[in-house]
Design a protein around this ligand. Structure first.
Ligand code: IP8
Length: 256
């Protein structure tokens, strides 16, 4: 949403400016996580980083370094936009606090995030490379980061997780097989599996697109945290979502 995924290294500066302004105006306690967009995905795809170490891929290790550095550039641009407005944000290097060991992703340093939150220094994390202790690597998506934070930040009683995307939310497939998909405005998390959702197609996404997002959403809901999927390109939606105002979107509710 903040970049044009089809066009490597392209920032949507107006979208970023608006998103930053809305987050600042909403003035809520939040953790901001952004994905790889056109800075992470094309490089991760080129070097097949999500598949792990493969000595047949030329310069793959250099590709890991390049992918991470590209994410730093994207992240720095965002951070600068907040600082220009004198809003205190702290970029937290995702690949510096997460590691994979024996097929399990672990968050090694929750203290940093908690301390930043306590100081009202908004933590900003991002999709990044993920090192594996056994001598490999993969990609850690923003969705996985959110899930891990929900799992670990229980003391903070997270009130909701918001996914800002390029569509109004999830769409139900047209039952007649046509193209008239209807926005799913509300649904309980345990009903998600029974709904025939429309596949609206994906741009390149090395971390699995909407299917993987749904898997993560269901896991987030298991922690009794509601999820909202909103169109981040619709002016005012981010602000309204953060202030719990009504918008046209998908709300995933929690069963008691
Ligand atoms: O866009 C992927 O994060 P996502 C990060 O949240 C990279 O899936 C480096 C491709």
């Amino acid at each position: 949403m903040l970049t044009d995924k089809n066009n490597p290294l392209s920032l949507r500066k107006d979208v970023i400016k608006s998103a930053v302004k809305q987050i600042i105006n909403a003035d809520e306690n939040i953790i901001l996580i952004h994905g790889g967009g056109s800075f992470g995905h094309p490089l991760a795809k080129k070097y097949r980083i999500s598949k792990g170490i493969d000595k047949t891929i030329p310069n793959q290790i250099l590709g890991v370094a390049e992918t991470h550095h590209s994410m730093i550039k994207f992240n720095s641009y965002l951070i600068e936009q907040f600082l220009k407005s004198n809003y205190p944000v702290l970029s937290i290097q995702t690949s510096g606090i997460f590691i994979e060991k024996s097929n399990k992703i672990s968050l090694e340093s929750l203290d940093i995030i908690e301390t930043a939150l306590n100081l009202n220094l908004m933590p900003v994390l991002y999709g990044d490379i993920l090192l594996e202790k056994e001598g490999s690597f993969s990609i850690l998506s923003g969705d996985e980061i959110i899930l891990k934070l929900c799992e670990n930040l229980k003391a903070y009683s997270i009130s909701k997780v918001v996914f800002a995307m390029e569509s109004d939310g999830l769409f139900k497939a047209d039952e007649l097989g046509g193209s008239n998909c209807q926005l799913l405005t509300e649904c309980y998390s345990n009903e998600l599996d029974d709904i025939n959702l429309a596949d609206l197609g994906q741009k390149i996404d090395v971390t699995g697109g909407i299917k993987s997002k749904l898997t993560h959403i269901k896991k987030i809901c298991k922690y009794k945290i509601p999820v909202q999927l909103i169109n981040g390109l619709t002016e005012g939606n981010i602000y309204k979502s953060l202030r719990n105002q009504k918008i046209n979107c998908t709300n995933i509710l929690i069963n008691d």
